[in-house]
Design a protein around this ligand. Structure first.
Ligand code: ASP
Length: 441
């Protein structure tokens, strides 16, 4: 097993987890066994990744900024990043809308299926809680997101993984102020953060040693808690459109990587594959972030000055997979319930899905909360929202897993493009977990 590359080990873990989960659904005690004795190992793994996310963001962003020789470079990186993020998101939504309008998956859905799905899920707490959460988020003012970005207590922000943008704000502020006190005065702090950064990256390597076993546990858990296969089957065409669109996004990223950065896209995808497989297994770009950062910096060769900003910001605001899904789902629901959409409605979808993907949290199921807001923006009747969500709820988890792969790959691609544009795309510099093991043995 030692010689096998990491992504193969993870893939084997995933396949075995799916098979094991499936076998367990065939025996009476299987579901309870998996949730009591197997799933906790997956949960522990996700917790370990989340545990190091905030220290990693702080250490690597401080290092990134304090390595800058002038601040104007940072403004360049910032503006380019936001600009490219918006562009890729618009491409994603457009691909989704084109496919769903051309293939019309909602028109083939029978009255009977709609009733069955509605009866099964419209009152499910998974659906109602998403609508309630969306209403809470919608009630805020237009500049709320700016207000939310500024913490009033740095330590409080650092104690909550959901407040990643606040942590980024504080860290950029800290890093810029360090530059302004001059290199010599800032040196002790810089050395501290440099060392912390290396240590946290080493923690990523150590956590990743357990990844193949953890994905086994995570996927076995997903399989035993998945919906009735008949319902999944009824939504196959809709799911196919989403997955097809997501696949086209990966093709789009590959083309950009090849044309703009002149690197082999298959190499890019292969080097990113451990992060992609984790994105699939955890359905969370936030939990995957430490691995995404490690892969992009050590295996792709993006300089920390770029990746330390582009990736954490991307994990929170750039979700191409999620916005593509929101476009497809909104139109699919409208088609299935016979709600006509005008061209202006479709443009509204582009705009709200763009804003919604910026506002979505990088956690499982967040895309569905924002879908409520997208549906409301096109005048979807509020009393039918629960029915609409019920239609797609059965396949939401598998689609969430797939769209999270695209969310993570999109961030990595943009970090490469921004790095290339400012001359910061270098050579890979791979560090293994046991590089210094002999010295401490
Ligand atoms: N699970 C996605 C992510 O973390 C968000 C979503 O689409 O629900 O990237």
């Amino acid at each position: 097993m030692r010689k096998l590359e990491l992504h193969w080990k993870i893939l084997i873990g995933m396949v075995l987890g799916i098979v094991f989960g499936f076998v367990m659904t065939q025996v009476d005690w299987g579901k309870g066994f998996v949730s009591d004795w197997i799933q906790p190992f997956g949960t522990i793994f996700v917790k370990l990744l989340k545990l190091i996310a905030i220290p990693l963001i702080i250490a690597s962003l401080v290092k990134g900024i304090s390595d800058l020789k002038d601040i104007s470079k940072f403004r360049n990186i910032g503006l380019r990043t936001i600009g490219i993020y918006i562009l890729t998101t618009v491409v994603a939504i457009s691909i989704g809308l084109l496919l769903v309008n051309a293939l019309q998956p909602g028109n083939g859905i029978s009255e009977e299926t709609v009733t069955k799905l509605t009866e099964t899920y419209a009152t499910d707490s998974g659906v109602t809680s998403k609508i309630a959460e969306a209403t809470r988020q919608k009630d805020s003012g237009p500049l709320q997101f700016l207000e939310d970005m500024v913490p009033d207590n740095a330590l409080k922000a650092m104690s909550d993984n959901g407040l990643m943008l606040q942590v980024i704000f504080f860290t950029i502020f800290l890093g810029i102020s360090m530059l302004l006190i001059g290199e010599e005065r800032a040196k002790p702090l810089k050395d501290f953060f440099d060392a912390l950064n290396d240590v946290v990256l080493k923690m990523v390597d150590l956590i990743m040693l357990s990844a193949p076993y953890a994905v086994f546990a995570l996927l076995a858990g997903v399989v035993v808690s998945s919906s009735d296969p008949d319902l999944l089957f009824a939504l196959l065409k809709y799911a196919g459109v989403v997955v097809g669109g997501l696949f086209l996004m990966i093709v789009f990223y590959s083309v950009v990587v090849s044309v703009y950065t002149k690197k082999n896209p298959f190499w890019f995808l292969k080097e990113m594959s451990p992060a992609q497989l984790l994105a699939f297994s955890t359905s969370s770009s936030a939990a995957t972030l430490p691995v995404t950062m490690e892969r992009v910096e050590e295996h792709i060769g993006v300089d920390k000055e770029v990746s330390s900003f582009v990736l954490p910001v991307g994990a929170t605001i750039n979700m191409d997979g999620t916005s593509l899904y929101q476009g497809v789902a909104a139109v699919f629901i409208s088609q299935a319930l016979g709600f006509d959409l005008t061209f202006a409605d479709q443009l509204t979808i582009v705009l709200t899905a763009l804003l919604a993907s910026i506002g979505s949290a990088a956690v499982p199921g967040a895309g569905m909360v924002m879908l409520v807001i997208v549906l409301e923006s096109i005048g979807f009747p509020p009393d039918k929202l629960a029915i609409g969500l019920a239609l797609i709820f059965a396949v939401d988890r598998p689609l969430d897993m797939c769209r999270t792969i695209v969310n993570v790959t999109g961030d990595a691609m943009v970090s490469m493009v921004v790095a290339k544009s400012v001359g910061k795309l270098g050579k890979p510099n791979i560090k293994e977990w046991d590089d210094h093991l002999d010295e401490v043995k």
